[in-house]
Design a protein around this ligand. Sequence first.
Ligand SMILES: Cc1cc2nc3c(=O)[nH]c(=O)nc-3n(C[C@H](O)[C@H](O)[C@H](O)COP(=O)(O)OP(=O)(O)OC[C@H]3O[C@@H](n4cnc5c(N)ncnc54)[C@H](O)[C@@H]3O)c2cc1C
Length: 372
Amino acid sequence: MKIVVAGGGYAGLSCLMEIADRLPDAERVLVDPSRWHLRQTRLQEALRRSLDGLRTPFSELGDQYGFRHVRASPSLSRKALARASAAGRLAGEGIDEDFDALVVAVGLRPRPRPRQARWVGLADLKGTDGRRLVRRIIEEAGGASDRVTIVGGGATGLQYLFELRDALRREGAKTRLALVDPGRRLLPGQPDEFHAYVAERMEQSGITYLGGYGLASAGDGELELKGRQGGVRRLRSAFSFSFTGMKGNPSVLETAPTGQVLLAGEPSERIFAAGDCSSYRGGGFDSPSAQAAVRKGRLVAANLERFARGGRLKSYDSPELGFFLSMGVLDGIGWVGDRRVIVTGSPAFAVREAIEARYELLLRGIDTFGLL
Ligand SMILES: Cc1cc2nc3c(=O)[nH]c(=O)nc-3n(C[C@H](O)[C@H](O)[C@H](O)COP(=O)(O)OP(=O)(O)OC[C@H]3O[C@@H](n4cnc5c(N)ncnc54)[C@H](O)[C@@H]3O)c2cc1C
């Protein structure tokens, strides 16, 4: 049996690691344009530590888990997948691999950022030395009258906001920070305490919070913001970060609860999807997150084993286990198990570290995910 996995993020890699255990004789190929697996959930930490510490070369992981890595970025539109399914072959754009099963795990793409100088977005940050970026910000926007703005107050924007606050403080920079977010409150999917805690920390840190405003246009050193009620406001910003959400790569794939991609409304026999690029029917936790990506990747691997042995495929039913937001070094907020039991401050930071450590153990071959 030959299995091709497109995308070596949390979902694709978890799937490959599990396949190594379940189907050790299968030929395994990873297709990913990158040279490294990136532990994206810690990306904001690159503002204080080396980006290399967050990346593991696929060549190393391939040796450990018995897969071959092909650097390519094929288009995986529904049309392309229908063609691949019919031919049993993924071809074009630097790749030509036949397969018995294909797993699509290509994640999402950040929405484009304004093209002006002195703007960065998630796509830039994935390949940027964050400590050098902090030095650049201080050189270009390090004065007490300068302001750095984070546009987009989702979990990623907030994690960057507090890491940046700490990084600037460490360097003694006087730069002011602002957060612009169109929502009525921050983190609307989480309990109300999350908004209150984050807003209080911003106030204590002197961060300007412009809630209810979205970016209308980005000029030279000035942002035009549009209020939810219609008002317009201008904000001087010497440097800005864009975290305005994600979109399909190229689209989010609807799948059956078994992880099989729905093509023309029917579950494909040999094309599966996992991670942020997939939307699973059925009852399991389906939001874009590393948590769901790992569990979907593992379910797909288990179903590939059943597929190979002619067994009945299992449905995805993993519940949401918790949510943690890091807020710089030694602070955070989150819940685990029960949304009413909220942990803040250094205990929250410690729980988040434990969650990250669990994934790092998995990368080293120590699997604690089967336990919970
Ligand atoms: C700063 C930050 C912090 C986060 N913190 C958390 C957190 O604390 N907890 C949490 O649960 N989630 C968190 N997330 C979200 C989490 O990182 C994502 O949900 C997770 O990475 C999704 O995993 P994935 O495998 O679906 O996609 P990804 O991890 O994005 O991996 C996709 C892979 O596909 C490859 N690829 C892309 N296009 C192609 C193509 N055409 N062909 C082949 N390969 C392709 C990419 O190179 C990449 O290796 C965070 C995200 C960010 C940005």
